[in-house]
Design a protein around this ligand. Structure first.
Ligand SMILES: [Zn+2]
Length: 276
């Protein structure tokens, strides 16, 4: 699959009439084809067959190779559509990275179609525009685009140690990670980093530097990564969001996030730059 890429588009090309990839969602689950028991894959369906499965909100996303890609919603059970449902995050490393990335994009387009069926201002049913990912209200003209919620995530370093915390909402309660939080209206990304780190741990930071970003479709974040240095303050955890926070050396790390996360990339960066 190395030469094949995903080509994003909004209007299906006339060339694409054959079998297509369907990224089918229900809540936090994606439906996969596990008929080849050793392997799981994104289901390949003809449009007519997809319609027979009563998929809803079928939305064209682009193409992978000569196959079109669609996101869709189903309310059906696994056995009714002959596919197996699994948690979206669990798909990682079970399919090629290309498909994992498109699955994330499809998830966000799916959620947008599901969550913006009605106008948030006047309650009228919205219609999806043909040539752009926007849902339009015919009554008051409000336009609803796919929602993206920016969040900052930061590795704070002090004397060769990194600040990691156990969050109240982490799926694994033993796991520690770098601090993260949603950007509020009126904030710069740097303001957000400073506020989140202080609110959650009582620490002031300086030298905030951009690291990289990662779309995080769980459900609709864009994680914007930073590194920062400790400036002042004593560790005090805000028990509402953080159960425990501490400074860790590269050779004494706790359980940390998996490889595909920007959190892990930040911790790996810290280890590379502070290891012996
Ligand atoms: Zn409206």
């Amino acid at each position: 699959m190395t030469d094949v890429t995903f080509k994003k588009a909004v209007t299906p090309s006339e060339i694409i009439q054959t079998d297509s990839y369907f990224f089918i969602y229900q809540n936090n689950s994606i439906f996969v084809d596990d008929s080849k028991k050793s392997d799981i894959s994104i289901p390949i369906l003809k449009i007519d067959d997809a319609l027979k499965l009563k998929l809803e909100d079928i939305c064209f996303l682009g193409s992978i190779g000569d196959r079109a890609c669609y996101s869709a919603h189903t309310s059906s059970l696994d056995q009714d559509i002959g596919l197996k449902s699994m948690n979206v995050r669990a798909l990682y490393e079970k399919v090629d990275l290309l498909f994992w990335n498109v699955a994330g994009y499809a998830r966000q387009i799916h959620d947008w179609n599901l969550n913006f069926k009605y106008c948030g201002r006047c309650g009228q049913k919205t219609e999806r525009k043909e040539d752009e990912h926007v849902r339009l209200c015919s009554k008051c003209n409000l336009m609803s685009y796919p929602r993206i919620s920016p969040a900052t995530i930061v590795a704070v370093v002090k004397d060769g140690q990194v600040l990691l915390a156990r969050g109240v909402n982490f799926p694994n309660k033993k796991m520690f990670s770098v601090l993260a939080g949603f950007v509020e209206p009126d904030e710069t990304l740097e303001d957000c980093v400073k506020r989140e780190v202080f609110e959650e741990t009582g620490i002031h930071v300086k030298n905030i530097k951009y690291f990289k970003s990662q779309p995080w479709p769980f459900p609709d974040s864009l994680m914007i990564g930073f590194t920062a240095e400790y400036e002042s303050g004593e560790l005090v955890t805000d028990q509402e969001e953080i159960l425990e926070a501490s400074w860790f050396s590269p050779d004494n790390l706790p359980l940390i996030p998996s490889k595909y996360t920007i959190a892990r990339d930040l911790i790996d960066w810290f280890v590379e730059n502070n290891g012996s």
